[in-house]
Design a protein around this ligand. Structure first.
Ligand SMILES: Cc1cc2nc3c(=O)[nH]c(=O)nc-3n(C[C@H](O)[C@H](O)[C@H](O)COP(=O)(O)OP(=O)(O)OC[C@H]3O[C@@H](n4cnc5c(N)ncnc54)[C@H](O)[C@@H]3O)c2cc1C
Length: 407
């Protein structure tokens, strides 16, 4: 069967649904396909979403998708130092990701997009970078889709990127996560996210993200590793002096694993008539890998750009996409990228192990901005007590709703 459309969106995650919604709202014939039979399942996510970003960009987080709101985030370094950050950027909510993804997809459908699940893009006819048609396998049939513009929102392992020859992520740019949703958790911080930085977690972090007063997503993600860190994660759950007592009586109700890019936005998000969105374009908060809402934001931008380009019959308008990203969510991406780059610099330095994780946790917590290089390099020379003192002074001077103490 042949289908013609204005915009074909490949992938109905948050990025693809955002693009499909924005394009359909402009009256364009929009088709969105996903290879999954159920949108959002299996869940490959820690399910934490910052509270402020959806408000800032007018993204509706459906009430039924929210499981709880968090008052702040606690960062543990080497099991010895604890930073408690309750400033707005570290106030989050936990969501039921499959419900969030379904609500985003429903919004796209309500706006007029046609959603086809169980439909996998398998091949494309490409001429000089222009995608002419795509072959989509749908229930033992092949659909041939002929779009004017393609939005590639097909995730971290984007087939469209591979097909168009866009560079893929380097190993060091991918976080591999092992995690569970657990019930009957004895949460030490029932209303806050806990993040762990130490040798056991390698270049990455462990986390406990409460979903209710006695359930949580508990996980561990590391950079530059090829295998899911199940062995280390089991040790983290069973032996970590802060985590193990919380997980002692808990049971696993869901496995939540996967890969998250932390490259920062990749260059070339436009190739010919294809716009790359979300994880496929590295569009997330790269210091932590939070990407659900950023992908939806970038998807909406891509959908609007595609619509404008088609309506004005001006294909070169597609090249405005990176500029609009830069002018809207770009400053946030840049900030996250600077934090990430500084953390990687510290993590891969020759500093003693504990020092690396302590400075890394201070950077991730965003108490000390990465631009304060003098203050940060001073931390390399002084002991933990002195670091705590200096960070405390900085917190006071900036009147931050935060705290740093020994555990
Ligand atoms: C374990 C883990 C924990 C995470 N924790 C968080 C967190 O706590 N908070 C947060 O905000 N982010 C988190 N992230 C990141 C977040 O999940 C992603 O950034 C986000 O899902 C990106 O959205 P997307 O739409 O770009 O891609 P995806 O959500 O990956 O969606 C891509 C879609 O494309 C479909 N697809 C792929 N190939 C094809 C094809 N050939 N044909 C048709 N369909 C195709 C897939 O089925 C999928 O539905 C985490 C990631 C992982 C792996």
């Amino acid at each position: 069967m042949k289908l013609e459309c204005d915009v074909l969106v490949v992938g109905a995650g948050p990025g693809g649904s955002g693009a499909a919604k924005a394009a359909a709202e402009q009256g364009l014939k929009t088709i969105c396909i996903d290879k999954k039979p159920v949108i959002g399942m299996p869940v490959e996510c820690g399910e934490a979403v910052g509270q402020s970003l959806p408000k800032e960009f007018n993204i509706n987080i459906a009430p039924e998708a929210i499981s709880m709101k968090h008052d702040g985030t606690v960062f543990y370094a080497n099991q010895k130092v604890k930073i408690d950050n309750c400033t707005d950027v570290w106030k989050s909510m936990s969501v039921n990701r499959h419900l969030l993804d379904k609500s985003f997809a429903s919004e796209a459908v309500k706006s007029g997009a046609k959603l086809i699940v169980d439909a996998e893009f398998i091949d494309a006819e490409v001429d000089n970078g222009q995608v002419l048609s795509l072959t989509v396998s749908h229930r033992n049939n092949n659909l041939i889709v002929i779009p004017k513009v393609v939005v590639a929102a097909d995730g971290v392992k984007s087939k469209m990127a591979e097909l168009l020859g866009r560079r893929s992520f380097k190993d060091i740019e991918i976080g591999t996560v092992a995690g569970y949703e657990m019930v009957n958790v004895d949460l030490a911080e029932p209303t806050k996210i806990q993040m762990f930085f130490e040798d056991m977690c390698g270049m990455g972090y462990g986390y406990i993200i409460p979903k209710s007063k006695n359930s949580a997503n508990i996980g561990l993600g590391s950079l530059g590793i090829k295998q899911t860190p199940w062995k280390v994660f089991d040790e983290f759950l069973e032996e970590h002096p802060i985590v193990a007592p919380q997980a002692k009586n808990a049971s696993i109700i869901e496995v939540k694993t996967g890969q998250a890019p932390i490259s920062g936005p990749l260059s070339a998000p436009v190739i010919g008539n294809t716009l790359f969105v979300g994880d496929a374009a590295g569009q997330n908060l790269s210091h932590v890998g939070e990407g659900a809402v950023p992908s939806q934001i970038c998807g909406r931008i891509a959908g609007s750009v595609a619509a404008e380009s088609i309506k004005s019959n001006n294909s070169s308008h597609l090249n405005e996409y990176p500029t609009i990203i830069k002018e809207t969510i770009g400053p946030l991406f840049n900030h996250c990228d600077r934090v990430r780059e500084k953390i990687i610099e510290i993590w891969t330095s020759s500093l003693p192990t504990e020092k690396r994780y302590l400075i890394g946790s201070i950077l991730v917590s965003e108490i000390i901005p990465p631009e304060l290089t003098k203050l940060l390099s001073n931390f390399e020379k002084i002991d933990d007590d002195k670091i705590i003192e200096e960070v405390s002074e900085f917190i006071k001077s900036q009147k931050l709703e935060a705290d740093i103490n020994k555990v």
